[in-house]
Each structure stands twice: as C-alpha cells, then as structure tokens.
Design a protein around this ligand. Structure first.
Ligand code: NFS
Ligand code: SF4
Length: 627
C-alpha cells in the first residue's frame, strides 16, 4: 500500500491539460496567471463599494472613505458581508432539503429512508408522533424546520443540543442565532451605508450569522438529508479520476444538493437505462462525483469520487465525460465553454445557478424522477459523440472507506473500550482513548482547494503529520476528497499513524481519517463535539479538538469558520481572509473573540508551522485539563 503523491496528481493533470491545449480549452491554471498579482486593496479588504459615493480605497494619504468610515469599519463590513453570503448559501441549501422532505410521499419521488431519525427530530421540534402516519410527521417536521428560517421569536432550535456552558456564553454575548434569514438580513442591514462601522459589532454579527448557518441551516440540511436518503454508515468506495470508466457512459454529478444527485444515481442504476447504454455501444453507466454532492452520494451509496474543487475541469478534460450534471455552488462557469471543446453535455438544473453554454433542465421535487431519467438518457445518447482520440482517463485511484456520520462513529468506536457499562451509544469510548493519551486529540479538516496553495498538499501533508502524532482526523468537503484521493481513507493508512492511533484503527477497523460528509455536514462535527463535551462534563473549548481549513476559498468557508469558532473550537486557516488591512479586525478574529466564544482563529500560510501550531494547541488543551 502506498499513498498517491501530489506529484502524481500533478502529472495526471499536466497530461490532461495537453488534451486541453489541443482543443483550445482554457484552464484555471492559465486564468490564475492572468489574474496575478491580485489587487492589493481587495486582498487587504480595504476597498469599500457599498455606496455610489465610492468606491473608496484606504491609503496612507486617504485614511477614511468619503462618509468618514475608517479602515476597520470597511474591513469589518466586508468580512460580515462575506460571511452573510456563505450563511445564506448553506442555509438555502438546507431550506431546499426541508422543501424536499415536505414533498416526500409514499411511492413518490422522495421517501423517508430513516424513520428513526425523523422521529428523533420530531421530538426535538415538539411534533406529535403517536399513532400518526410517518409522512404526516415528515411534513410537519419539514414545516417546523422551514419556520426556523423566519420565526419572529427565539433562538435556533438546535442550540438545545449544545452543552449549557456554550449556549449560555453565546446568549450572554448576543451571539445565539435567531431566525436564519433574520441573521442574514441583519447582516446586510448592518453593512449598509451609514450603519455599523464598529469592528466589535461587525465581528459579533459575523459569528452570530455563521451560527445561524452551522446550528441552523446546515444542521437542518444534514439532518433532513439523512431522513430522506439515509444516515451514512461505513461503506467502501474509490477516489480519483481513475474511477471514470472509458468503456462506460460517464455521468459526473457536481454541486451540493443530494436531491439531484440521489435521483441521478437512482436512474443510472435502473436496468432499463443500463440496457439502453449497452444498446448505444457502452458497457454500462458510471456515475462519479465532484465537490460536495460527491461526498453526499459517496457516504450513502458508495458512489466513487472523481475529484474535488480544482479537479472539476479535469473530469471534462478526460474526454470521456458524457454529462456533467450540476445543481448549486462551487461550479466553475468555465465548465460551459470547456464542455463545448468536447462532446460533454453541461447540464444545469437549478434556477439558483444558471450558466451560459449549458443545457438547463429545471429540477424540482415534483419532476425529479422524469427529469433525472431524461438526463441519464441524454448522457447515454451522447456516448456515440465521444472523440476517441481525445479520451484519456488517468489510471489513478485509491480505495476509501467513507460514511462516518456521528451515529456511525459512535457505533464503530463502541468496540474500543474495556469498560462495558454505560458507554454504548455515547462518545465515552472515544473520550477514554483521548484521556488515556492513546489519542492526543482530534482535528476537523475541512474546506476547499485554492490555487493560492499547491492544490491538496496542505490537506494531505497536514493529515499525514497529525495522524503520525496520534491525532485522529474527521474530514469533510474537498478536504475529505483530497484525503481519499491520496489514500488516507484506506484502512491500510493506519501504518502511517503513531502507535496509539494505529491501535485504535485496528481495534475499531477504521481508517485514520474519517469521512464525515459534505460541508453542510460540518454540523455533524459540531454535534460530535457537543456530545463529547456533554459526556465529559467539560466545556467545548476545553476539549483537545481544533478545526482547520488549510486551502479554503469560499464565502461558505468563512461562515463555517465563524460557527466553528462560535461553537468554541479554535480554527486554523492556511489562506488569509481579506482582513489584513485592519489591525483591529485581525486582533478580534485572532484573539478578541475568545472572550465571547471560548475560541479564536490562527492564520498561518506555512503549512508545516500550521501543523505544529495545531499540535501545540491540542497539547496545551490537554495540559489545562490535566490529561
Ligand atoms: Ni465546501 Fe462544497 Fe469544496 Fe469548498 Fe466548495 S465543494 S460546500 S465550498 S470547494 S469544500
Ligand atoms: Fe465610501 Fe463610505 Fe460609500 Fe463606503 S460607504 S463607498 S467608504 S462613502
């Protein structure tokens, strides 16, 4: 067993880019060159264009905008707007899932696959379940979920899952999120011309808005997806471009909402469709994924993961992609023109993400079945248009075991403890491993790729370093895919661990890097730390656990960062947010927020130092609680 190296990833990409050059395709690698160097004002967050008296840029000669706003106000407002964008995005995804659940019916396009989870949610939301039809319950729970977006009073329901200590801290500091839409709207209100310019107020609202995402919209996205499509359990799959199959019709699902990808997978498995593919000269149909939707279907169905964020052009460059089907978020508009260089159909499906040079097939819970079928058919019929001379699929993939939802982690780790009583179904076995020092702690590795970091290196190198130091990793999003593509989710990767983690991997039969899902599933990690805190009687901020997004790029990632910090977990970033122009905002994010939430950010672009800083923080936390 050997990990795939980043050099091997890069060689494969270079070969694909040769095909791209032949057909006159553009690439992100080329566009990065055109965009470098980036605008300094933008990088530092010191350009304001929220009113038509501007845009105003802060320089030593012009220390205030026309309205008199100083650099700290401008940077703080930009940061809050960035957060609000991310919170709106995750939460709207969560809302779509609530709608899908509301449309679920016996024998319909969408059904309840995890009734136990539904009943648990019903209890949390105060929905009557006795003697009722499961679909009546589902619809009422969905409606209760939708109300969380606009309810006039009270905090997010899921805050009740938090240990009291953190919840009280948040309420005391006015950081407990109210209705989700209200937090986004309040943020947009605060950042309007002539509203807030005080960094403390802007950063506080950034945390609260993020909390509305993590403990509201994202958490509902996760929980309701589990009700509809099943709560993930450990399952074997494969990752990297080699999962595409030259003999088969290749359909790539890309985006975020499992309502689309689940349906495509369902129909691609249909014997009628497979027969049709054979009729059209293919041997079968292969569905693989890119970005978070890939994580969703990998976790629940074992659908292979073709690649993460910066691989999305590569799947088309293989020349073997009949259709790339997308819904929302993280989709390069570049896929339109790129697919035109090949036979690939670029199919957009959501009114939220409409792009030039795509075929738009509008997807909704009502027409999901027939449209998924039409899309699969379209891909099959496109097989004959392939240009064989352009086909090259890099022969590169790794095995991965994925599907570690909170429920699955608790269940899997039940076996690693000696004390039998009172621990099953809790996080106590995991805690025992941590207190005894067999595991030093845990790191949540999350987030994107960003060309500012050599793609995937930060994810992979950090994970290697951490597991060698007996720190277990939970991963999600594009970080999880980087791990899987490298081989770190293969159970044999235990040999790269320190002796303690290796032992845990053997006893529990798990890989050292646990795939917890997509980015909305970071809510699973929040639930995990909440359980760990409750089961240990410690505050969340006392646990030897940190979060890390070493290659992040999106607004969503900043919203996540804010809720991870808001939850009381120190967060380590490998890419600078646009705040370096303000010493006050920087000070708040890296230190000041700790007083309000129990945690703060660390930004470090040197990957090795970033890893050391995390290990050091984990050891400090251990020392502080005397373990
Ligand atoms: Ni998260 Fe998922 Fe990937 Fe980043 Fe995009 S796919 S929601 S934002 S790029 S991890
Ligand atoms: Fe300039 Fe103030 Fe308008 Fe911003 S709000 S563009 S700083 S005048």
């Amino acid at each position: 067993f050997k990990l795939t190296s980043v050099e091997e990833f890069e060689a494969a990409t270079a070969r694909l880019l040769e095909t791209g050059a032949k057909v006159g395709a553009d690439s992100w690698q080329m566009r990065v060159k055109n965009q470098t160097p980036h605008c300094k004002f933008g990088e530092q967050g010191i350009c304001c264009r929220i009113c038509a008296m501007g845009p105003c840029r802060i320089t030593p000669k012009a220390p205030r905008g026309i309205c008199g706003c100083d650099v700290h106000g401008i940077v703080g407002r930009n940061y809050l707007k960035f957060t609000a964008g991310g919170a709106a995005t995750h939460s709207d995804h969560g809302r779509e899932i609530c709608h899908t659940l509301h449309c679920a019916e016996e024998g319909g396009n969408y059904q309840v696959k995890d009734p136990a989870k539904l009943l648990k949610l019903a209890k949390e939301f105060g929905v009557e379940t006795e003697g009722r039809d499961i679909y009546d319950v589902a619809h009422e729970v969905a409606e209760a979920g939708l109300m969380e977006y606009g309810k006039p009073f009270g905090f997010q329901k899921f805050l009740d899952r938090m240990p009291e200590s953190q919840k009280e801290l948040l309420i005391k500091n006015e950081l407990a999120p109210r209705a989700i839409d209200r937090e986004v709207a309040s943020s947009m209100h605060m950042t309007h011309m002539g509203c807030s310019s005080k960094p403390e107020a802007l950063i506080k609202q950034s945390i609260r808005c993020g909390m509305g995402d993590g403990w509201g919209g994202s958490m509902m996205g996760t929980e309701f997806s589990d009700v509809l499509f099943g709560t993930p359990k450990p399952i074997d799959t494969e990752a990297n471009l080699g999962v595409m199959n030259a003999d088969n019709v290749n359909i790539v699902v890309h985006g975020h909402d499992p309502s689309l990808s689940e349906m495509i997978c369902e129909y691609a498995d249909d014997p009628e469709m497979i027969a049709y593919a054979k009729e059209m000269g293919a041997k079968g149909i292969t569905v693989s994924g890119v970005c978070c939707t890939s994580n969703e279907v990998a976790m629940r169905r074992g659908v292979p993961m073709a690649g993460n964020f910066l691989q999305q052009e590569n799947v088309v460059l293989t020349g073997a992609c009949e259709a790339i089907v997308v819904d929302v978020q993280c989709i390069f508009p570049a896929l339109g023109p790129l697919s035109k260089c090949f036979h690939t159909k670029f199919i957009t499906t959501s009114p939220i993400a409409q792009m030039p040079d795509s075929d738009f097939i509008r997807f909704s819970p009502e027409n999901a079945g027939e449209n998924a079928k039409a899309i699969v058919k379209m891909a099959i019929e496109n097989f004959k248009n392939r240009k064989p001379e352009l086909v090259h699929i890099p022969d590169m993939k790794q095995k991965a075991t994925v599907g570690y939802s909170l429920e699955a982690i608790v269940k899997t780790l039940d076996g690693v403890t000696n004390s039998q009583v009172d621990v099953t179904g809790t996080t106590k076995p995991l805690l025992e491993c941590v207190t005894s020092g067999v595991l030093r702690g845990a790191v949540a590795m999350v987030g994107c790729n960003n060309p500012k970091v050599r793609p995937d290196t930060a994810h992979i190198e950090l994970m290697k370093k951490l597991i060698a130091n007996d720190i277990i990793i939970v991963a999600s999003g594009c970080s999880a895919q980087a791990a899987a593509r490298a081989g770190l989710m293969d159970k044999r990767a235990k040999d790269l661990c320190g002796a303690g983690l290796k032992r845990v991997c053997e006893l529990a039969d798990i890989p050292p890097v646990l795939h917890m899902g997509s980015c909305v599933d970071i809510s699973r990690m929040m639930n995990l730390v909440a359980e760990l805190a409750k089961d240990s009687g410690l505050k969340i901020s006392q646990l030897p656990v940190v979060g890390c997004a070493p290659e992040w790029m999106s607004e969503k990632a900043v919203s996540i960062g804010n809720y991870v910090v808001g939850t009381g977990i120190d967060t380590f970033l490998g890419v600078e947010p646009y705040v370096s122009g303000s010493t006050e905002v920087e000070q708040l994010l890296t230190d000041g927020v700790r007083e309000w939430t129990g945690a703060a950010y660390t930004v470090e672009k040197d990957i090795d130092k970033l890893g050391d800083a995390m290990i050091q923080r984990i050891e400090e936390k251990r020392a502080a609680i005397g373990i």
